[in-house]
Design a protein around this ligand. Structure first.
Ligand code: HEC
Length: 105
């Protein structure tokens, strides 16, 4: 059973956010191959190979791509998701990021 709090529980909650809001573009594996991915240029980022840290991810999720000088096709989620949901989903993404999984460099 998952502990109610702590990183595992947070990543689990974040996975629920991801599957509700992000999967159409970023794909079930978060590798950027969602159902709608081919509609966008640039394509949705491969979040398993992101070199971005937690703080940057929080910002781009909250404010969207345009505010970060990235593609406007990455929507801003600050109105739709709570800060807690944004924290949860970024922790989830860091937890499945192959770069993080590969350990510190
Ligand atoms: C409508 C399609 C779409 C949806 C839905 C979407 N994204 Fe994105 N996302 C993009 C695109 C396109 C980019 C690439 C932007 C660029 O390269 O300029 C991106 C980039 C990102 C990045 C930057 C990654 C990096 O390495 O720089 C993060 C983090 C991210 N998305 C997280 C999310 C999260 C979390 C959600 C759900 C809450 C989400 N996205 C929903 C299209 C989408």
């Amino acid at each position: 059973m998952l502990a109610r709090d702590g990183p595992d529980a947070q990543a689990f909650r974040g996975s629920l956010v991801f599957f509700n809001y992000c999967v159409t573009c970023h794909g079930p594996n978060a590798d950027g191959n969602g159902r709608a991915a081919r509609l966008y240029d640039p394509r949705p980022a491969n979040l398993r190979a992101s070199d971005k840290n937690l703080a940057y991810m929080r910002l781009i999720v909250r404010r969207g791509g345009k505010a970060m000088n990235r593609s406007e096709f990455m929507p801003p989620w600050g109105e739709e998701l709570t800060d807690e949901q944004i924290d949860d989903v970024t922790v989830y993404l860091q937890s499945i990021n192959d770069r993080v999984a590969a350990g510190p460099k």
